[in-house]
Design a protein around this ligand. Structure first.
Ligand SMILES: C[S@@+](CC[C@H](N)C(=O)[O-])C[C@H]1O[C@@H](n2cnc3c(N)ncnc32)[C@H](O)[C@@H]1O
Length: 280
């Protein structure tokens, strides 16, 4: 005899089915993201998009591809700011840059770049340190809307005070206002900052290594993954980094849970900056 499942369990089944549908139809793979956060986000999407059940949302997703960008907006978190956690950028400037200076050319990967705040911070820092001209920056994300916003480099004027303060605290050597123009309540960052940037759709879950990097900055992305996925992403970073290359993570992220963590030594421990071992 079968007994009725509590509605929460039914919702769990619906969520698994929706994530499977999203993968099978669109190749976006959220199946190994941290469950609690995915659940919260899908519930929010269901309510705000006006569907009675997750299954109804899944039906709409399968039959109407216009739904995809909207759902991705719910499933991916776009919170960011320029020079976020200024101590991290200060450590890149003071401790990592002296090593990077010894290379004639550099490749830097901002993985999960969101709307570009982290990217522009890094490009400005590299310009201030005289390294921009020898560097190619790869800015990647799975969210096309976010990538489009990153390419546009336009932000609300009311965010600029925070960005400016962060830039100063990161040890900025110029005035942030040198890099943007303000008009109609928004600021547009100078397009020269994008001269050496390649924007690209790349998933840490399903895609492969695409170049040999000297620095990878992947902040506040792996927190949304489960352990298996964090392990995969870390493997990708390990395989992508040149010997003695650097990996920077967000404050809440670590590599020490993973077997791939053994490839890295702490470089600036308190800022979650690691260096790939020479023999790894
Ligand atoms: C909270 S934002 C982090 C932005 C920025 N790195 C920072 O720390 O300020 C997380 C970003 O990760 C992206 N993301 C989520 N899953 C991803 C994946 N599998 N591969 C690449 N990026 C992903 C999201 O689209 C989002 O833009």
């Amino acid at each position: 005899m079968t007994s009725a499942l509590p509605s929460e369990k039914v919702e769990d089944i619906e969520i698994r089915l929706l994530l499977e549908a999203l993968f099978l139809k669109y190749h976006y793979d959220f199946r190994n993201y941290a469950t609690a956060s995915i659940k919260r986000r899908l519930r929010q999407a269901r309510i705000q998009l006006g569907y009675p059940t997750i299954s109804a949302l899944q039906d709409a997703l399968l039959h109407n591809s216009d739904m995809l960008p909207s759902l991705l907006g719910y499933l991916t978190v776009q919170v960011s700011e320029m020079f976020r956690d200024p101590g991290y950028f200060r450590a890149i400037r003071e401790k990592v840059v002296p090593h990077l200076r010894t290379y004639p050319s550099l490749k830097i990967w901002i993985a999960g770049c969101s709307e570009g705040e982290e990217l522009y911070s890094m490009v400005i820092l590299f310009r201030e340190e005289g390294l921009e001209d020898r560097t190619i920056f790869y800015a990647t994300d799975i969210n096309h809307r976010a990538l489009g916003a990153a390419e546009a480099g336009i932000y609300p004027l009311d965010r600029i005070q925070l960005f400016t303060e962060n830039h100063r605290r990161s040890g900025g050597k110029s005035s942030l206002s040198d890099y943007y123009q303000a008009a109609y309540g928004r600021v547009a960052f100078d397009k020269s900052l994008r001269s050496n940037v390649v924007f690209s759709d790349h998933s840490l879950v399903t895609d492969a290594v695409f170049a040999e990097m000297h620095l990878i900055s992947c902040r506040n992305v792996m927190i949304y993954f489960d352990r298996d996925l964090q392990n995969r992403a870390l493997g990708l970073f390990d395989d992508s980094l040149a010997r003695k290359g650097f990996l920077g993570l967000g404050a809440k992220e670590s590599i020490r849970f993973s077997p791939r963590g053994a490839s890295f030594a702490d470089f600036v421990r308190e800022e979650k900056i690691y260096q790939k071992r020479a023999d790894a």
